[in-house]
Design a protein around this ligand. Sequence first.
Ligand SMILES: Nc1ncnc2c1ncn2[C@@H]1O[C@H](COP(=O)(O)OP(=O)(O)O)[C@@H](O)[C@H]1O
Ligand SMILES: [Mg+2]
Length: 382
Amino acid sequence: MHVTHLALTDFRNYERAEVSLAPGAVLFVGRNGQGTTNLVEAIAYAGSAASHRVSTDQALIRFGAESATVRVRVQHDDRALVIEIELNRSSPNRAQVNRSPVRVRELPRYFASVIFAPEDLSLVRGDPGVRRAFLDTLVVQRSPRFAGVIADYDRVVRQRNSLLKSAKASRLSPDNLPTLDVWDERLVSLGTELIVARADLVDALRPHVAQAYAAVAGDDQVTRLALKLSLDDDNEGELMEHIESPEVLAEKFRSRLAGVRRAELDRAVTLVGPHRDDLVLTLNELPARGYASHGESWSYALALKLASAEVLRAEAVAGDPVLILDDVFAELDEGRRERLADAVGGFEQVLITAAVGADVPERLAATRIGIAAGTIEQQDAG
Ligand SMILES: Nc1ncnc2c1ncn2[C@@H]1O[C@H](COP(=O)(O)OP(=O)(O)O)[C@@H](O)[C@H]1O
Ligand SMILES: [Mg+2]
């Protein structure tokens, strides 16, 4: 799929802006602070209702405005869709597809993009939550009904936590908590579903990560991806390299919950489940987090994103996801720039931002669009 048109009102530093886009590579060039990242952030937002930079939407609405709109027209084969999102400071956001209201969390059904940006270094170096969010975004892109599963699971964890808190406050016996037993079953069934989906995704990513790492780094280091599950018994948590059957996982989950019930009542938090898991990234047998160099971490993060795009590309009936490379080329040496250009050249649409156009290989600059102070300049032929 590809984006054919973008219109913004009061989004970040754009008061009003519109631009038409061609398939293939599109380069947005502007000096720092002019709005190139804001523009691609808006496009990615149309498929995820989330920003790659901030966790709340307030910063996305132009300073001084009460609401913002992002309107994106996308082309899937011969089908065109108009996706429109209204972001509101003091009321819930609203979304429409072809003028019919849809739930915001349903947006991944209509548009898929994969964005790689400098912030993604935290995929390798950051806390487990960053990697869980990475997996879950992709789980939903592969299978949109998981937006509901994940929302339900998160709600069960919250409700279970508040139940643990009140049980603790009223000093109830850990062995006589029938309401907690009910929540445990919900936690196990939704949690197992999510673990299985993540494990299946990790299996799908693995060969693409290996290939993408070699492609961008230009050498053949050994990458290894494995889930670390909090429901495994030992303190460290075992690495799960292959999918176990849902029944086996659910049974382990149940017995582990029974084992930690006393500790959970003490701390009033849910200690076991996919909200406490991690994706362990290994490079040449060492954990990338803490061991990999800056350049290696960068290549690893980029490989994870390219692999994401490849997985979606292989599976999506709607064609390739739109690939977005935000401020990436300035960080790369000449060899890596060329290899990255080769790796992304075949995608239906690749949107690239750069402060210096010359950092981006010529073949990715077929369409060049200038950005200055929240204004999209007239397109030229490059
Ligand atoms: N909500 C907002 N309202 C007004 N301006 C904003 C808002 N959010 C960000 N900006 C401004 O947008 C400018 C450009 O941001 P960005 O797109 O990240 O820059 P770049 O072009 O270097 O990628 C910054 O100067 C920032 O102050
Ligand atoms: Mg930028």
